[in-house]
Structure formats: structure tokens, C-alpha cells
Design a protein. Structure first.
Length: 575
């Protein structure tokens, strides 16, 4: 009959938060009651791998499952649990496990323990290391703002306190910022990434003059780095970027779409000028970076204080490249192009849609984001007010965010990992300690990453991936990567199937008999087997009788034929 059961149906980081060293993290646990009766007094326990202790939170009263539906729907509650700021002391792979406990005075509310816990694999980051090479717009310099471009970036990407300064209360900073005051200084930082790691490079209103700069940036992005670039009035001509970042010698262009000519509108006196504007119209499936500006809640502030764009270099849209083995360009819907238009300008008269204003590109393991206006008040009016701070925050998080999925899977799904091409002794450890070797799906060359796949996972729990690099000692292994493998949430349903619901799903023409007990079902099965055996015996007897008649007839004819061949019998002989 019906079995009561509690399960952890979901476990995720709340909202748009991400795990960082020294910062609290709020997670959300979805608890489901699959039994028909309400449950009050359950508790959720949250533990972090490798950390002592746990954080507990009460579960609000759970309603019983709705059994009137064909597939009963459990009663659910979401429980928020805040992990303290010292939960993640170092960057890397980590895991969190949530477990639901039934009420102390009602232990029978949870019949199955396997689905009472769920694991979440995380990639904890330290700081987003930002390096920026900027030039302030000429109009800003005229107003005395000589470091405006760097100032706006530094205001958001504020690094940790200076050495010797007292520590500030509250969570640790998200960013570590460093400004490059020249092209040569930027190249030096890119070449010394082993000493000063870089996650995000920002270019603003600058023209690279050395071919090596574009090559170093391409290598940086291809290896997994992020690039955020703004134009400005110091880019005298779009070819300053088109020729450098879309050079024919590059395997893949760093700049996904070419820049068009600069367009500048006079601001006018008394605010009578008409600036360009961005199209924040709601879309069915907006780009993750556009969603904060196009959702319903954004209307309250973005429409009241829209960014005023007085100058721009809009991107020139191209047709998607041809598919392998085909000739000629294809429409963008036929082949996914290596770029995505994040935001557009508002359409001008005669335009079906606005020209691209913000474009995302992909190169190797990394991503780029290109903006067709400036980062300061040179071309972007009210640069430091509302739009730009939100945009910079979202852009930095989006570009440097680890790839989604992969680390959290359901039982039976494959596990995929991208490791350095020179990795050796790659292996997965299943819960319980059994080691499995993955298949090499895509081999990585020098400076490139290799793809490994474990085709199936048969056990729920925390899986670990480890490997070793050639220059390390045999006993030294890289820190492991964790993967969380969980059962399908729907498997927690232990309610018996209702007879009327089963009847509704039976196709017409099938004669189905419903029995009242398992014993009756067993008796019917025995009866069916006995009838099948009797039927088989009868068929066997009939076959034997037919075979006997057939053999008698065959051998009788053969004996008559043999007698005829020997001639008539001798006189007086016996017949």
C-alpha cells in the first residue's frame, strides 16, 4: 500500500550568487513530501565536503501529496540555508550535501533513505583578477577628468585593501584590479600570467600597434581567459581593431564581427540633442547578460534613466559561415555562428532592427564581449550612473563564469571533463572508492585541453576526478574535481497507483483484469503457468502421434519397395 516518504528534490545556489572564497553563500533546498498525510517538524541538514559540522534549518509544514491527480504531486517547501563566509577557505572544487530528517516524533514519515539527500558540486573562485588598458576620451580630458575610463573600472573592480591597511568588515572583495598604463605593460602582464594570474582583460578606447598584442590576447582567450572591450573617440578608424583582431593570419578571429564607421551626434545645448539608445524591449529568451535590462523589473529604473549614447561604432552583421563540406554563405539560422548579439541599438528610421551594440564571441575555451561605445562620458552619457555599474558587474561574472552543467548529473548520465592536454593517469573515483578510467574523446595538443568522458554513472554520490602532470612526482596528483551524481527526483514517489487512474490510461480494445491483492495475482500467475504447461503437453502428445504415423508410413513404404526389388517368392515358400 502507500508508503510515506520525504525527499530532497532540489539543491541549488540561490539566485545569481556564486561561490567565492571568504564570502557567504545562500543555497536553496527543495524538500518534497510524497506521502498522503501532512508532515510538520522535518529538519534539513547541510554539510560541506571536508568541513566539520553542519548547518541545520527547520522545514516549514509540508502538505500531503495531491493524490487526486493521475501522477500524484508531492507537497513541497523551499528552505534557504546560508553558509558562513569561512565555509570556503580556498578556491577549487567543492561539494555541498543536503539531507532531510523526518520529525523526531514521526520517523515513519520517511520510508526511503536514498532520496533523502542530494549533493551539489561547486567550483569555488578566489578573486576575479582584472587587468585593464584604458585611454580616457578626449571630451573627458577637456572637462578635467584625465583618468575617467580607469576611474569607472576601478570603482567597480576595487581590489583588496592595500598592504598594512586595516581589514574591512563584511565579505571579501570579488575583484583584484590592476591597470596597465601602456601596450607594452599589458603585454608584459599577459606574458607573466604564471606570476600574476589574469581572469579578465579590459580594453577601453585604445589602439594596439604591435601585432604581438593581438596574438597574446588570442592565446589568453583560447586558453580560457575573458576579454571585455569598449571603443571610443581615440579609435580614429575602425580598421584599428578590424585589422588587428580579425587578421587573416589568425585561425579564428578574436573580433567576431567587424566594426563600422564611427557615428557621433552633437549633445546640443540645454539637452536638445538626440542620443542613440539601446533596445531594451522584452524578449522571450534574452541573452543572460541582457536579461537584467530586459525583464519586467528593469522597467522601473532603466526606462527612467536610460543610458545616453552620443557616439558609437556599430558592428557590421555577417552571414553565418558555411557548414563543413558546403559552399557559399548560409543564413544565421542554418549554422550557429561564433558570435551572439547581446544588445542592439534602437532601430533608426528605415531599419527593420537595430544594429548590434554588444556582441559576444567565442574562441577556444574563452569568451569575449565587445561594446560599440565608450566606458566613460566621452560617448556614453551618465556613464557612472545606473547602467554602466550593473553592466560591468554582470559582464565580469558572465565572461569568467565556469561552464554550466557537467559537474551535476543524474544517475546513468555521462561525466565530461576538459583537462590540460599533457594530463596523465586520468581516472574517476566512484563513491566507495572504485576507480574507473574515462575515454579520451578529443586529444589536446600543446597549450590545448583534452576532453575525457566517463560514459555512464551507476551510483549516486560524489565522484572524484584526478590526474597528474608530467613534471610532477609520481605521488603528487592535481587537486581533484568533484562531480555530484543524484537520482531522478521523481523516483521518490512511493504512492500506489490508483485503479481509476490506471483504467484511464488503458487503450481501447485491451481486456485488462484488475486484482485486489498480490496473493491473488500470484495465484493467477500459477494458474496461468499450469494452463500453459497443460497446453504444451497436449501439443506435445499431438506432435508425437503425428510423428509416429509419419514414421510408420515412411518406413512401411521403404520395406515394400525392398521386397519388390528382391523378386517374387519361390514356390512353396512362405509369404
Amino acid at each position: 500500500r502507500d508508503r510515506r516518504n520525504l525527499s530532497v528534490a532540489g539543491l541549488e545556489v540561490r539566485g545569481r550568487e556564486e561561490p567565492f572564497v571568504g564570502r557567504p553563500l545562500e543555497i536553496e533546498v527543495e524538500v518534497a513530501n510524497h506521502g498522503p498525510a501532512p508532515v510538520e517538524g522535518a529538519v534539513v541538514d547541510v554539510e560541506v565536503g571536508g568541513r566539520p559540522g553542519r548547518v541545520s534549518a527547520p522545514v516549514p509544514p509540508l502538505e500531503g501529496a495531491d493524490t487526486a491527480l493521475r501522477v500524484p504531486q508531492p507537497g513541497t517547501q523551499r528552505v534557504r540555508v546560508t553558509l558562513p563566509r569561512d565555509t570556503f577557505p580556498r578556491p577549487g572544487s567543492a561539494w555541498v550535501r543536503a539531507r532531510v530528517r523526518p520529525p523526531h516524533d514521526d520517523p515513519d514519515a520517511d520510508a526511503l533513505g536514498l532520496d533523502s539527500e542530494r549533493t551539489l558540486a561547486l567550483r569555488v573562485r578566489d578573486r576575479i583578477q582584472v587587468v585593464a588598458w584604458t585611454e580616457t576620451s578626449a571630451s573627458e580630458i577637456e572637462t578635467g577628468q584625465r583618468d575617467a575610463a580607469d576611474l569607472y573600472l576601478r570603482a567597480l573592480y576595487a581590489g583588496p585593501p592595500a598592504p598594512g591597511a586595516p581589514e574591512l568588515d563584511g565579505p571579501a572583495p570579488l575583484y583584484a584590479y590592476r591597470g596597465a598604463h601602456s601596450e607594452s605593460e599589458l603585454k608584459g602582464l599577459l606574458l607573466g600570467r604564471d606570476r600574476f594570474p589574469i581572469d579578465l582583460v579590459v580594453l577601453a578606447n585604445v589602439e594596439p600597434r604591435d601585432e604581438a598584442t593581438a596574438e597574446l590576447l588570442a592565446q589568453f582567450v583560447r586558453a580560457g581567459g575573458a576579454l571585455l572591450a569598449f571603443v571610443g573617440d581615440r579609435l580614429r578608424h575602425p580598421d584599428a581593431w578590424n585589422s588587428a583582431f580579425r587578421a587573416a593570419r589568425m585561425e579564428e578571429p578574436l573580433l567576431p564581427l567587424p566594426l563600422g564607421e564611427a557615428e557621433v551626434r552633437p549633445r546640443g545645448r540645454g539637452g536638445r540633442g538626440v542620443p542613440f539608445s539601446l533596445d531594451f524591449s522584452p524578449r522571450p529568451a534574452p541573452h543572460p547578460l541582457a536579461e537584467p535590462f530586459t525583464n519586467e523589473e528593469a522597467k522601473n529604473w532603466i526606462q527612467q534613466f536610460p543610458p545616453q549614447i552620443w557616439g558609437r561604432m556599430p558592428f557590421v552583421e555577417l552571414e553565418a559561415p558555411p557548414a563543413p563540406g558546403e559552399e557559399g554563405p548560409r543564413t544565421p539560422t542554418a549554422v550557429e555562428p561564433p558570435w551572439t548579439v547581446v544588445l542592439r541599438f534602437w532601430p533608426e528610421p528605415g531599419e527593420a532592427q537595430g544594429r548590434p551594440a554588444v556582441v559576444e564571441g567565442r574562441l577556444g575555451e574563452g569568451r569575449t564581449l565587445w561594446v560599440a561605445t565608450s566606458v566613460d562620458n566621452g560617448w556614453l552619457g551618465n556613464a557612472g550612473y545606473l547602467f554602466l555599474p550593473v553592466f560591468l558587474e554582470e559582464a565580469a561574472m558572465h565572461l569568467t563564469r565556469p561552464p554550466p552543467g557537467g559537474a551535476n548529473r543524474l544517475v546513468g548520465a555521462p561525466l565530461l571533463a576538459h583537462l590540460p592536454g599533457e594530463a596523465q593517469e586520468v581516472r574517476f573515483a566512484a563513491p566507495g572508492g572504485r576507480h574507473l578510467s574515462p575515454n579520451l574523446r578529443e586529444e589536446g595538443g600543446e597549450g590545448r585541453r583534452a576532453a575525457y568522458q566517463l560514459r555512464t554513472t551507476g551510483v549516486a554520490g560524489v565522484w572524484e576526478l584526478s590526474w597528474r602532470l608530467p613534471d610532477s612526482q609520481p605521488e603528487e596528483r592535481e587537486p581533484v574535481l568533484h562531480y555530484a551524481v543524484n537520482p531522478e527526483p521523481g523516483e521518490a514517489l512511493l504512492l500506489g497507483a490508483r485503479r481509476e487512474h490506471v483504467r484511464e490510461g488503458i487503450p481501447e480494445g485491451l481486456a485488462i483484469e484488475f486484482l485486489d491483492s498480490y496473493a491473488e495475482a500470484g495465484a493467477r500467475a500459477v494458474e496461468a503457468r499450469e494452463s500453459e504447461i497443460s497446453r504444451e503437453l497436449l501439443i506435445g502428445v499431438i506432435v508425437l502421434l503425428l510423428l509416429e504415423s509419419l514414421l510408420a508410413m515412411v518406413f512401411g513404404r521403404r520395406s515394400q519397395a525392398a521386397a519388390a526389388a528382391d523378386g517374387p517368392p519361390a514356390p512353396g515358400g512362405a509369404a
